[in-house]
Design a protein around this ligand. Structure first.
Ligand code: NDP
Length: 240
């Protein structure tokens, strides 16, 4: 039977490409989203992938949502924690709410999804978790203390949970994308984006499909010896 994969924020942007890549790989895919109903409906209709709405930053909503997916679709073997937001601003302008919201959704979402799905994976002796971090969690970024801290936290979370999952056939990895052509990057002012692209050695933004291919490998059976790793997919912008 096909393994069930859930992609948070899987109806749009990088998440949409990940949903399609996992479906092409033969997985039974479910996508979650936050509130863009129109996009979720069009995505589901176009690709025959069910979309479930809940806030990944809400612990109870995550547990309920995953139980609903398990009852309606099947036990979840693969989780891709892709949902994320930005609330940018330099520290002196950033509000406590901007800080909390980014931590709650970007980092808290990974914890909430793991709490819902990791125990089942562990019991069944097979699982894959991929957390979408960021180049800005590795290198920092002006105006993003909240986002950089949350994404950096994801990289630590990944390594810690990988140690807990290894004996049980559950791998946990992160991908740190560089700048990818999605709505999130479209929100970056053009002059700032120009400067960013100038620093990317390959000379262009990434495509969502290029991140999705990394996820497809990390969630494959063949990827079973890779755990606790961060795969940088960034056009050479940050190397270490
Ligand atoms: P988009 O803004 O294009 O899409 C974000 C997705 O996340 C949407 O599907 C959205 O749902 C969902 N989402 C947002 N908040 C929540 C929430 N509280 N609960 C559930 N779902 C939520 O983002 P990208 O595709 O650009 O980014 C995807 C991931 O990749 C993010 O984690 C981002 O930080 C990371 N990343 C992106 C980079 C880039 O250059 N684009 C670079 C590095 C990392 P809805 O459609 O309903 O709003």
């Amino acid at each position: 039977m096909a393994r069930v994969a859930i992609v948070t924020g899987g109806t749009r942007g990088i998440g949409e490409a990940i949903s399609l890549a996992l479906k092409a790989q033969g997985r039974t895919v479910v996508a979650s989203y936050a509130g863009n109903e129109e996009k979720a409906r069009r995505f589901s209709e176009a690709h025959g992938i069910p979309a479930y709405k809940w806030d990944v930053g809400d612990h109870e909503a995550c547990l309920d949502g995953c139980r609903r997916v398990e009852a309606e679709v099947g036990e979840i073997d693969i989780v891709v924690n892709n949902a994320g937001i930005t609330r940018d601003g330099t520290l002196h302008k950033m509000t406590f709410d901007d800080w909390n919201e980014v931590m709650r959704i970007n980092l808290g979402g990974c914890f909430n999804m793991a709490k819902a799905c990791f125990p089942g994976m562990r019991e069944r002796g097979w699982g894959r978790i991929v957390n979408i971090g960021s180049i800005n969690g590795q290198a920092g970024q002006y105006g993003q203390v909240n986002y950089a801290a949350a994404k950096s936290g994801i990289h630590g979370f990944t390594k810690a949970l990988a140690q807990e999952g290894a004996r049980f056939g559950v791998t946990v990895n992160a991908i740190a994308p560089g700048y990818v052509d999605t709505d999130m990057v479209a929100a970056v002012p053009a002059p700032v984006l120009e400067k960013i692209v100038a620093k990317i050695p390959v000379g262009r933004l990434g495509q969502a499909e290029e991140i999705a291919r990394g996820v497809a490998f990390l969630t494959s059976d063949e990827g079973g010896f890779v755990t606790g790793s961060t795969m940088s997919i960034n056009g050479g912008q940050h190397m270490y």
